[in-house]
Design a binder for this molecule. Structure first.
Ligand SMILES: CCCCCCCCCCCC(=O)SCCNC(=O)CCNC(=O)[C@H](O)C(C)(C)COP(=O)(O)OP(=O)(O)OC[C@H]1O[C@@H](n2cnc3c(N)ncnc32)[C@H](O)[C@@H]1OP(=O)(O)O
Length: 214
């Protein structure tokens, strides 16, 4: 698997393929610098939640963020044209919402990956927020559900069992697999481990979209 891009390793959902564009980052929304920007934003959020900054630094940051928000308003585009979440050539689809996942290996109906939750995803008391764990499962199971030529589906049910505290800032192991496919229904399972400890398990049901639902 070494040497393959994220998109090649996980498979690009055909239904979400960027129409008419090759996987040349310079021609994709956000261009060649988008991955670095998304990574810096992720790092910024992780850093921000871990500090108690002096008042002048807080004011300066707020002023700079306000300035960026105002500049970005002029560049707003429809969702289909935004790089955020659409850059399947980048980790986490070029967004900072979901944690950073690295593919290790996969078969036709299973996938193994590592994941590190940053401090941004903390719920409290050194435990990753349960919603962030559910987000991870929805993201990875959802994307994997659409691979190998399968048409796009949506999550209708996601059941997460939290077996042990999920620690932040540690490399965890994620395994997901297809349990069953019948008609429009796809059942996938997932398991998140910290070493030998099972942190969480997920069972998800995806329903294939009809042509008028895409
Ligand atoms: C480049 C970018 C990459 C982008 C890559 C993106 C990757 C990220 C993936 C994230 C995925 C998401 O979070 S998706 C966002 C969260 N999910 C949603 O918003 C979904 C909201 N729900 C819906 O839109 C709708 O329910 C649909 C369209 C999915 C299905 O509606 P429908 O077509 O009317 O289907 P319906 O007849 O109700 O159900 C079909 C069958 O499923 C069963 N069913 C329905 N719901 C359930 C349920 N909760 N639990 C059990 N069974 C259920 C029904 O009983 C029925 O069984 P039977 O009678 O046939 O036996």
């Amino acid at each position: 698997m070494v040497g393959l891009s994220w998109a090649e390793r996980i498979g690009v959902p055909e239904s979400f393929a960027l129409a008419g564009l090759e996987m040349d980052p310079a021609r994709l929304p956000g261009g060649t610098g988008w991955g670095e920007l998304a990574g810096e934003l992720r790092g910024y959020l992780d850093a921000l939640v871990g500090v108690d900054p002096p008042a002048d630094l807080v004011s300066e940051m707020a002023e700079q963020l306000r300035s960026w928000r105002e500049r970005l308003a002029a560049a707003r585009v429809p969702e289909r044209d935004q790089p955020w979440g659409h850059r399947v050539d980048l980790p986490a689809r070029g967004q900072a919402l979901a944690p950073h996942v690295e593919m290790l290996d996969r078969g036709d109906d299973w996938l193994e990956a590592t994941v590190v939750f940053g401090r941004f995803h903390l719920g409290g008391h050194d435990a990753v927020h349960g919603g962030a764990v559910a987000l991870l499962f929805d993201e990875v199971l959802g994307r994997f559900s659409d691979t190998h030529g399968r048409p796009a589906a949506r999550t209708v049910s996601l059941d997460v069992a939290f077996r042990a505290v999920t620690p932040p800032e540690r490399e965890l192991r994620l395994r997901v697999w297809f349990e069953r496919e019948h008609g429009r229904k796809r059942q996938l399972h997932g398991e998140l481990r910290d070493g030998d400890v099972v942190c969480a398990e997920a069972r998800a049901l995806f329903i294939v979209l009809r042509p008028d639902q895409g």
